[in-house]
Design a protein around this ligand. Structure first.
Ligand SMILES: *[C@@H]1O[C@H](CO)[C@@H](O)[C@H](O)[C@H]1NC(C)=O
Ligand SMILES: *[C@@H]1O[C@H](CO)[C@@H](O)[C@H](O)[C@H]1NC(C)=O
Ligand SMILES: *[C@@H]1O[C@H](CO)[C@@H](O)[C@H](O)[C@H]1NC(C)=O
Ligand SMILES: *[C@@H]1O[C@H](CO)[C@@H](O)[C@H](O)[C@H]1NC(C)=O
Ligand SMILES: [Zn+2]
Length: 322
């Protein structure tokens, strides 16, 4: 293992999803295990402005401060450490994966990326749009550059300590070559705490082209796993990632919530079965008084006006108001 991978492995020890107690679980697990489902999650989970949410496109508000993001280090291609933490598979991101612009207050650096899924393609995402769930959702978590480490970000009182990018994933009839690199490593991380590193892979290879990362939804929310800290500025991109259906379904087949079961030489007891990770998404949370902004996600919106009129009217209003 390279020094780089060792360092990444060390930073994994302090990971976002394993913060707080470990006896929380998703509804799918709570049905069969004695664990705390989402309605009993600890920490901040039952308070304030929580995530994910259902985005109601009739109620979103156009906001011209939502300019393009600037991505840097997303093209760094390297062997990527991945780990099954019993809730998802996660990949630590190097500090050098940075974002700025995008209506953020400054530069944010990479923390971790992970996925949410189901065993069918009509659910699996955390965010929904007009009630529609997507097959999967990829989260790319960043924290403000000023934080020395994750503990400092979690301890801060900044409402926007974290910037999480959410990418919705849909079934497509084409195989996704970037995700295939992750899929090729799944057998090595089937069980909880299993870890390995992938063949060289960059974030860029997993995401939509940069020109398709301009349109997005923006709202203030929380981390979606305990302790659900209310410190996240959320971005959900309009352009989805397409994976072949067979690729999507491998996550729920090859990954398990449990550690590898040691076979015991007692034929009398019924064999304990592996418990696949299915529906590892948190249910949508109340919007409360929040506004969801967007920067022109046409195609999702009713076209009551010709497209060019909205910016023109906003411009004229701005002149009148200043
Ligand atoms: C990776 O797995 C090995 C066992 O295969 C274990 O010793 C090591 O602690 C794990 N590393 C991390 C960061 O989980
Ligand atoms: C479930 O766990 C709680 C706390 O760990 C314990 O008090 C309770 O007895 C357990 N219930 C069952 C049915 O095992
Ligand atoms: C645009 O969004 C910012 C937060 O990102 C907010 O402060 C501002 O009021 C919004 N502008 C409008 C016109 O809604
Ligand atoms: C995080 O950084 C702070 C400040 O540099 C340091 O005191 C603390 O020990 C670090 N925590 C971890 C878990 O590395
Ligand atoms: Zn997530």
């Amino acid at each position: 293992m390279s020094l780089f991978l060792k360092l990444l492995a060390l930073t994994l020890a302090q990971s976002v999803a394993s913060e707080g107690t470990d006896d929380w679980c998703y509804s799918s697990q709570a049905k069969v295990l004695n664990c705390s489902g989402p309605e009993a999650w600890p920490g901040y989970c039952q308070t304030g402005e929580q995530s994910p949410i259902n985005i109601i496109t009739k109620q979103i508000k156009l906001n011209y401060s939502l300019v393009d993001f600037k991505f840097s280090g997303y093209d760094l291609k390297q062997e990527t450490f991945i780990k099954n933490n019993g809730y998802t598979i996660k990949m630590p991101l190097p500090d050098s994966a940075k974002i700025s612009g995008g209506g953020l207050s400054g530069t944010y650096k990479g923390v971790e990326s992970h996925l949410h899924w189901s065993d069918s393609v009509d659910k699996g995402s955390e965010h929904t749009i007009d009630g529609k769930a997507f097959a999967m959702e990829m989260h790319v978590i960043h924290m403000k550059e000023k934080f020395a480490n994750l503990s400092m970000a979690l301890a801060s009182s900044d409402r926007d300590a974290f910037a999480v990018l959410g990418f919705l994933i849909e079934a497509s009839n084409q195989k996704h070559e970037g995700f295939q690199i992750i899929l090729d490593a799944l057998d090595k991380v089937s069980y909880k705490n299993g870890n390995t590193s992938t063949k060289p892979l960059s974030l860029e290879e997993l995401l939509p082209d940069v020109k398709n990362r301009k349109k997005y939804f923006r709202y203030m929310g929380s981390l979606t796993t305990p302790d659900c800290d209310v410190k996240v500025i959320w971005t959900v991109f309009k352009t989805t990632i397409g994976l072949h259906k067979d690729q999507i379904l491998q996550f729920s087949k090859k990954l398990f919530y449990n550690e590898k079961i040691q076979s015991t030489p007692s034929p009398s007891s019924s064999p304990i079965k592996d418990f696949p990770i299915i529906d590892n998404f948190r249910p949508v949370q109340e919007l409360k008084n929040r506004i969801v902004y967007h920067n022109g996600v046409e195609g999702l919106l009713p076209h009551t006006w010709p497209k060019f009129l909205a910016p023109l009217l906003t411009y004229l209003l701005a002149i009148l108001l200043y």
